[in-house]
Design a protein around this ligand. Structure first.
Ligand code: ZN
Length: 272
């Protein structure tokens, strides 16, 4: 039996995707780094001046990180766009949406010196128009604000749902289910804002989850874009009873009768 695996022959992948680039990300990234986990950070480059602050609906003051802090902080993690100024995108015209996306992508690419390939929708407004703008701006995916509550990887990269919001009551239970699941290419992705960890006194809870995930030898920490590029490549493979062809330019991993192996870019494997 042929089973699809993640890189290095791992059965499952884990990611956290956190929004808004706030002060608490300093403590949060330190926690990810402590457990060798991978984050995706969705930033608004138009709100990075002067430690921009706002009052959250629960009364807490939230501060954004300024430009001089972000580059070194997020090293080793993915940076994605969250639009230039975190607008209510349903209020914007097509040209305003395009500007919010293009300007943020260009600013982040300049600031971080790398290609920005992902987009996370601010608030929870999404539409066909926003989706078409995201595609025209050459983003490879758009993470929307709905949760999947599932370990099956999403197949629509422009309506990508993370598994669970970090304040959701099912977080702990889903973590346990993920550790036990045998789902092929199982993926667990936690979405949130690190200021909630302060506001809701959740630092210990999230660390317990990270520690448990880090202890599992079959889980690979990955960024969202690495997961999506891997899944895209996996979808291009030809798998039959007698051969597998890797039609992509990255290495893919499989197991046959529980023996894991790597199939190099554009390689073919025959079964006897
Ligand atoms: Zn946001």
């Amino acid at each position: 039996m042929i089973t699809k695996l993640y890189p290095n022959g791992k059965a499952k992948a884990f990611n956290v995707t956190y929004d808004d680039g706030v002060l608490q990300d300093i403590r949060f990234v330190a926690l990810l780094n402590k457990y060798n986990l991978k984050g995706t950070f969705n930033l608004n480059s138009g709100l990075m001046e002067n430690e921009f602050e706002w009052i959250h609906e629960n009364g807490c003051v939230v501060k954004r990180l300024s430009k001089d802090k972000v580059v070194s902080l997020y090293q080793g993690h993915e940076i994605a766009s969250h639009a230039l100024t975190h607008p209510y995108m349903n209020d914007l015209s097509e040209s305003e949406i395009m500007y919010e996306l293009q300007a943020d992508k260009a600013n982040l690419e300049m600031l971080f010196g790398r290609e920005i390939k992902g987009f996370a929708v601010p608030f929870d407004y999404y539409s066909e128009l926003i989706e078409s703008c995201v595609k025209r701006c050459d983003f490879e995916y758009a993470r929307i604000s709905e949760e999947s509550h599932s370990f099956v990887p999403q197949n629509d990269y422009y309506k990508w749902k993370a598994t669970v919001f970090h304040t959701d009551a099912t977080l702990k239970e889903l973590t346990q289910q993920f550790i036990k699941t045998n789902e092929e290419l199982a993926l667990f992705q936690i979405v949130g804002h690190s200021y909630d960890l302060d506001n809701q006194n959740m630092w210990d809870k999230i660390e317990t989850i990270f520690k448990e995930i880090a202890l599992q030898k079959d889980i690979l920490p990955m960024t969202t874009i690495d997961i999506i590029e891997y899944l895209k490549a996996m979808n291009q493979t030809e798998i039959t009873d007698s051969y597998i062809i890797n039609n992509s330019n990255i290495s893919l991993w499989f197991s046959v009768n529980r023996n894991a192996f790597e199939l190099k870019p554009f390689e073919m494997l025959y079964f006897k």
